[in-house]
Write a protein of this length. Structure first.
Length: 201
């Protein structure tokens, strides 16, 4: 049986070798360009918050801003803009036909929601949305992606054209069709569930 002290020394040596390897990795990841890279992501996340409020005010509907673990666990300086003051009073509007999905109002609420979804889909496909962007490069391959998956796509497929979706639902159908018509091969890269892929099919 190996002496316990010798075994501990061997384990410590292995630990030091692993630590050196990780130090090389971390030193590489903390280069200035990577710091600027994460700063861009977080600044974009901050801008999305403001855009979410604007969309919510425009359509009178809740907007969900979904972040990933990597974004949520990051921090950086961001560029601040001037606060926006609303002209209306800051108060809860007691409006049962709008907020209470009882049968007497529920059918109309459903019709209003479907109308708003069509309007939002059109806005998401337009240049005014500022959230969905087409990056034109090679026409041989085009990739539809969103969130942190976009960063992996840019690393692995630097030559590919990319449709970066910041506004995923309601689906921006028109911009998806426009992008798909410009490339020979279309891929969808997303996290976990095939949410976007099923719609594109």
């Amino acid at each position: 049986m190996m002496d316990l002290r010798v075994q501990n020394l061997l384990q410590e040596k292995q630990y030091l070798e692993i630590s050196k390897s990780y130090k090389i990795l971390f030193d590489f990841m903390l280069q200035p360009e990577n710091e600027a890279f994460f700063s861009h992501i977080l600044n974009e996340c901050k801008d999305f918050v403001g855009r979410a409020f604007e969309i919510s005010e425009q359509f009178r509907i809740p907007v969900i801003l979904r972040t990933t673990t990597r974004v949520s666990h990051s921090r950086s300086l961001v560029e601040c803009t001037e606060p926006v003051n609303l002209e209306r009073e800051y108060a809860f509007d007691k409006n049962p036909p709008r907020h209470c999905p009882l049968p007497i109002w529920g059918r109309q609420m459903r019709r209003d929601l479907e109308r708003k979804q069509h309007e939002m889909s059109a806005l998401a496909s337009s240049d005014d949305s500022q959230l969905n962007k087409i990056e034109t490069r090679s026409q041989d391959i085009g990739i539809i992606t969103s969130s942190m998956a976009y960063q992996f796509v840019r690393d692995v497929f630097p030559e590919a054209s990319v449709l970066k979706l910041g506004w995923c639902f309601p689906f921006p159908d028109e911009i998806i069709r426009k992008f798909a018509s410009t490339v020979k091969q279309l891929l969808v890269v997303e996290e976990l569930d095939d949410f976007i892929e099923e719609r594109v099919k």
